[in-house]
Design a protein around this ligand. Structure first.
Ligand code: FES
Length: 140
């Protein structure tokens, strides 16, 4: 069995993905097991994507976008924030682990913050242990 944790990160193109690039260019530490998925805006992230990643065995799922008020599409991250809150309720209702999901706002100039957020989340996910659905998948 593979014990390497997996974090799936949905990053908006205009801010958080650029911050990830900046972190890389500045050689800041980022968890090697973070799998990034670039989306044009955090509003593109359907909660089903996040739940799907978890149900398929991801140990943690991160969604990151522009700070409120800075979305490239003006209000996309407000929709994303509401959807994330709704998804959290669903996760709690199904007695899954809400601590494995995180939403963060990281602007393009915040490479340092990207490094900090991803490392803190990775540490948190590691403390939680492996996703219990990894050994007994909910979805094949
Ligand atoms: Fe970044 Fe909308 S473009 S959150």
């Amino acid at each position: 069995m593979n014990n390497t944790p997996t974090i799936v990160g949905f990053l908006c193109n205009w801010c958080s993905y650029a911050a990830a690039d900046l972190a890389g260019n500045n050689k800041l530490p980022v968890p090697s097991f973070l799998k990034t998925i670039r989306v044009m805006c955090s509003s593109r992230v359907d909660p089903v994507f996040m739940l799907g990643a978890y149900l398929r065995g991801a140990d943690g799922v991160l969604m990151a976008g522009c700070h409120p008020g800075d979305c490239h599409y003006q209000t996309g991250n407000y929709y994303a924030r509401r959807r994330f809150a709704l998804m959290h309720k669903i996760v709690e209702t199904f007695n899954l682990d809400p601590e494995r999901f995180r939403l963060s706002w990281i602007s393009a100039s915040e490479g340092q913050r990207f490094s900090q957020v991803t490392n803190e989340f990775a540490e948190h996910v590691n403390k939680q242990g492996p996703n219990p659905l990894k050994t007994k998948p909910f979805v094949e």
